[in-house]
Design a protein around this ligand. Sequence first.
Ligand code: BG6
Length: 488
Amino acid sequence: MKFTADRLLLFGATGDLAQRMLLPSLCALDADGLLGSDVRIIGTARSELNDSEFRNFAREALEKYLPANRRGSMANFLNRLSYQALDATTPDGFGDLAEKVGKTESGPDHGLAIFLSTAPSLFEPTIAGLRHAGLTTGNVRIGLEKPLGIDLGTSCEINDAVASAFTEDRIFRIDHYLGKETVQNLLALRFANILFEPLWNAAHIEHVQITVAETVGLEGRVAFYDDAGAIRDMVQNHMLQLLALVAMEPPSNFDATSVRDEKVKVLRSLREVAGNETVTGQYRAGAIGGKAVPGYDEELGKSSNTETFVAIKAHVDNWRWKGVPFYLRTGKRLPERVTEIVVQFRCVPHSIFAGPKSKGGGATMTPNRLVIGIQPKENISLSLMAKVPGLDREGIRLRSVPLDIAMPDAFTGTHNRIAYERLLLDLIEGDQTLFVRRDEVEAQWEWIDAIRALWETEALEPKTYTAGSWGPSASIALAERDGVTWHE
Ligand code: BG6
């Protein structure tokens, strides 16, 4: 049933994500008039707070994490909030929670959206408690924050538990990268322009690079990160979603079924990675932006084998991408925060500017390259060959020049939105296009599990890299073996 929720129940309401992203996103939506006037937000977590204490907590979070010009009338937003303490490990408190949430009437403008941002170990008892309290009926949908498991087996367990109470059309698995404006713009670039699609294949593209580089280290998420590592924290979800959007066939519509049908085909076409196609690393103390930063072991307080960097040469085994490597790399404590996709086109088949050998052999040709900046700079840059001005008595000289579009310049007067604004609104309104379907998550895990199994068989240990560098030298070698240089 299609409905717009009039209540949002936030599990993990006093957690880090709620403070930094969820409450600010909801307040910003409210300020822009995008939350229906009757939408109520009920927070729940273990902490014993009453409504007004939760509102104070929310106010502090907004003052810290939401720019003043996006807050609108905070009082209006805070009035929507209420709170119910709950220990989700036992079914006892769910009755009180259901009472606080109120009766779920049915109808297009009534319903409940639940957002689970808790430790994965709480997913199953939470679902059981919700079912017990009558909070899983047809007019209730649920959003799930990552991590959804630590491998295919545990992910299936979570998916099964959720499926026992919610049908797939009411399950919204979040990958916050899909909420980013620039990630959606990738679809516009590919499918709203005639220019790229005819060239978007192995005949014209030599390779693709996807980089998600971060300068931050552990940020206090010691236990979580050390169990996950870079491959499960970043590649299994965000990077594979980016890859799927770059590689997928044109969907027939921008709707949940069409888009996700095409993405899952790509994810299922990923070839098993060979031993020499991955590199892992872990940072040692170094400096970023002139500031000294500690090594991973020091931040963690013990030594560990967890990778904080991973580079992978991936292949999509289908007609379109036959023989086109996709180089993926991500890491913590790299020199800059940057997420970008580089599409490297092939050389022209024949240069008419070769020029006479006697006069130096003619112009050098650089193949075209499309760089899609996702963050922090939102820009699209296409390198084109141009003639260097001059009389060219020795033959034409050429140089690569960029055709640049900076999104903020192209769209003045708009503001940067938090990815969760879009996702929370879609959760409330029931649009699944930007959420990950079960078959996608499972295909992602299958590929990642095989890589991790390979690391284990080959007893691969992360190579060290200095914080502030671009990862271990083996990552550079991984690309250079194929004559490819990482874009920096
Ligand atoms: C999260 C990871 O999913 O994404 C974090 O758990 C990472 O480790 C974060 O820092 C990166 O998100 P963004 O939006 O800052 O690129």
